[in-house]
Ligand binder design. Structure first.
Ligand SMILES: *[C@@H]1O[C@H](CO)[C@@H](O)[C@H](O)[C@H]1NC(C)=O
Length: 638
């Protein structure tokens, strides 16, 4: 069933509930989802994003570094609650009895799947399939009309049954949708006491489900889960991809503001263009903090959610446990990215995507106790003392190399040298701009002081020290700032040059390789021709054979020399790479000058907001829990 159709269906089920029931859904914190305009699915965008997901790090690995959708993003974009208890508890090999008791619906033995038809009809949605040629709105209207059986209009056991059925549809078909037609009910144990449902951090579980969906195979185009989240996330953070239209500015949650832009090209074509656009995305146009400074108006849920922002923490959705490695994206917190330890592969088998046939009854609060405690402590704050992203970017280039590129055009950068030079260049531009701002600030401060001094400087004397002494100190600061700026400008030029050279060499090398390959195939063809000539005219045409032989020799020499040039270029490039890092050395000392600058101030501010935190960079997370036994999946339900 298509994702958007599911959405319409769940929306129709929500609208069919009597007002007091809808009120309960609101109180649980799910109401915002139903205010979001139904949005077009963008499979090309989803696939492009998925191809960038590094499962090991639980992060996107873009050419400009890691990026991770965060709890703050869930909270702001779709308005789901990210605070409260971890979505954890028991999983069972069979939900038959539970479903009978809590839903009064059939579930097969050893299964967690409710038949969709039965679930829909229990919510008075009959003939709920979407007809061909019917628009989404027509479909919604028709569903609205076909509600035949009245749902309970008074609070009571029947109303609770109705609400639980609705929640199973909502969670299983929308928020935590899996592929296939049946609806899983693995969250059912958490729905037993309806008064408790709103106390769980469903938004955190949702984020984890998104991570899990991103880890699915690259070629899979179908979207599982509530797709507007990632789509809008990319409209906000990577606006230059231009996949969304801001049609309703100002609405909250943010997803209500956007429409998915229509693209009628063939999917493969769209995908190739998107990959190319991401590969050559201008790093300075990456928006790390969209809507910075936007208030909390109309979003009361943000107040309780805020303590969870800006922290690395384990996420929970029953048997699915994944880390939110926010320390990899310090830039999204307005900091510079420091070098951190990149996560290494989880030694344990990840729980499968199918939730059918969990062998044992498992209490995940017990099994993953440390990770649960980690959630309850709200993980660990992310901080950074770095003054430039350089060291991180170099480590990043070393780890990922040319793998950060996905389009055919950029993949030739096998060693990732161009990627790394580009990253360094962008970072240098950033440093230079920061230095420039600082110089300008200091200069105008000096001018102010000089002006005040001319007008009888009694006011500045109260700030301590004689005015001339302070003026001299400030003048010294200005000189140093100017010096730093000059250094940075020089470094930027160096890097620009190195980058240009690398690009030129790259394209020359590519052209040469093409020519070398052409020469080689010609050699092969002439060899064949020569052989045929020998067979056909054993005694024969000596002249022709000699001519061909000579030509063959010439082509062979050409091919060899071309190959040699290609090899030489490669060699000289690996030499020049060390050259670049030598010129980088100046960068470090310049960075020290800037140490007193904005990022430290930001850190200090963070500090004030979050007392009692000792996280440095927050690079370390708990190891994953032992999931070797008991989490094995049988029955490969897709
Ligand atoms: C996404 O999260 C990051 C950090 O958690 C934050 O800086 C950024 O502003 C968020 N963007 C949105 C749209 O919420």
């Amino acid at each position: 069933m298509r994702a958007r159709v599911s959405w319409t269906l769940v929306l129709a089920a929500f609208l069919a509930l009597p007002p007091f029931q809808r009120e309960r859904v609101e109180e649980m914190g799910f109401g915002q989802i139903f205010r979001i305009e139904r949005m077009r699915v963008d499979p090309a965008l989803t696939q492009a994003l998925r191809s960038r997901w590094d499962t090991e790090a639980s992060a996107f690995a873009f050419p400009w570094g890691h990026m991770i959708p965060s709890l703050e993003n869930v909270s702001r974009i779709i308005g789901l609650r990210v605070h409260g208890r971890a979505v954890s508890g028991y999983t069972y090999p069979c939900y038959h009895d539970l479903a009978e008791r809590l839903l009064d619906l059939p579930v097969e033995r050893r299964s967690s799947l409710v038949p969709r038809e039965a679930l829909q009809e229990s919510l008075s949605l009959f003939e709920a399939g979407k007809n061909a040629g019917e628009s989404e709105d027509e479909y919604l209207e028709r569903l609205d009309r076909v509600s035949r059986r009245e749902l309970a209009s008074e609070p009571g056991p029947q109303a609770d049954l109705d609400l639980r059925r609705f929640l199973v549809l909502f969670l299983g078909r929308l928020l935590f949708a899996t592929r296939g037609d049946a609806v899983h009910c693995r969250f059912l144990p958490l729905l037993a006491d309806l008064g408790e449902v709103g106390g769980y951090a469903w938004g955190a579980a949702f984020l984890e489900h998104q991570f899990d969906g991103l880890s699915a195979s690259e070629r899979q185009t179908s979207t599982s889960g509530f797709y507007p989240f990632l789509q809008v996330w990319s409209y906000l953070h990577l606006p230059a991809l231009r996949r969304g239209d801001l049609t309703r500015p100002g609405l909250v949650p943010i997803a209500r503001r956007w429409d998915s832009r229509r693209d009628t090209r063939h999917l493969d074509d769209q995908l190739e263009r998107l990959q190319e656009a991401i590969d050559s995305y201008p790093y300075l146009d990456v928006v790390w903090q969209p809507y910075l400074g936007e208030g909390d108006e109309g979003r009361p849920w943000l107040v309780q959610a805020r303590p969870y922002f800006g922290r690395s923490v384990w996420l929970h959705a029953l048997n699915l446990l994944l880390p939110l490695n926010l320390f990899l994206t310090q830039r999204s917190l307005g900091l510079r990215q420091s070098v951190v330890e990149f996560p290494v592969r989880d030694r344990f088998r990840r729980p499968g995507r199918s939730f059918r046939g969990l062998h044992d009854t498992t209490d995940w609060r017990e099994r993953a106790r440390e990770q649960i405690e980690n959630w309850e402590r709200k993980g660990k704050g992310v901080r950074s003392d770095a003054t430039t992203d350089d060291a991180y970017l170099q480590a990043y280039a070393l780890k990922y190399g040319g793998k950060v590129y996905k389009s055919a055009r950029h993949q030739v950068d096998v060693a990732g040298e161009i990627a790394s030079l580009r990253a360094l260049l962008q970072s240098a531009v950033q440093d230079r701009e920061a230095a420039q701002r600082q110089t300008t600030e200091l200069r105008s401060e000096l001018e102010r002081m000089r002006g005040a001094g001319a007008g009888g400087a009694s006011s500045s004397r109260s700030a301590g020290g004689s005015p001339s002494l302070m003026e001299a100190r400030l003048a010294g600061d200005v000189l140093r700032a100017e010096e730093a700026q000059r250094h940075l400008e020089e470094r930027e030029r160096d890097l620009e040059l190195a980058h240009e050279q690398a690009m030129t060499l790259q394209s020359e090398r590519d052209q040469l390789r093409v020519r070398a390959e052409a020469a080689e195939s010609q050699v092969a063809e002439m060899t064949r021709e020569l052989a045929t000539l020998r067979v056909q005219r054993p005694s024969g045409d000596q002249e022709e054979v000699i001519r061909l032989r000579a030509e063959l020799l010439a082509q062979q020499t050409l091919a060899q020399s071309l190959q040699q040039i290609v090899t030489d270029i490669d060699r000289s490039r690996s030499r020049s790479r060390s050259g670049v890092s030598v010129s980088r050395a100046t960068g470090a000392s310049v960075g020290q000058y800037l140490a007193g600058s904005s990022s430290r101030r930001r850190n200090e501010e963070e500090e004030r907001h979050r007392p009692g935190d000792d996280g440095r960079g927050g690079g370390e997370m708990l190891p994953p829990p032992d999931r070797r036994e008991g989490s094995g999946e049988s029955g490969g339900g897709q």
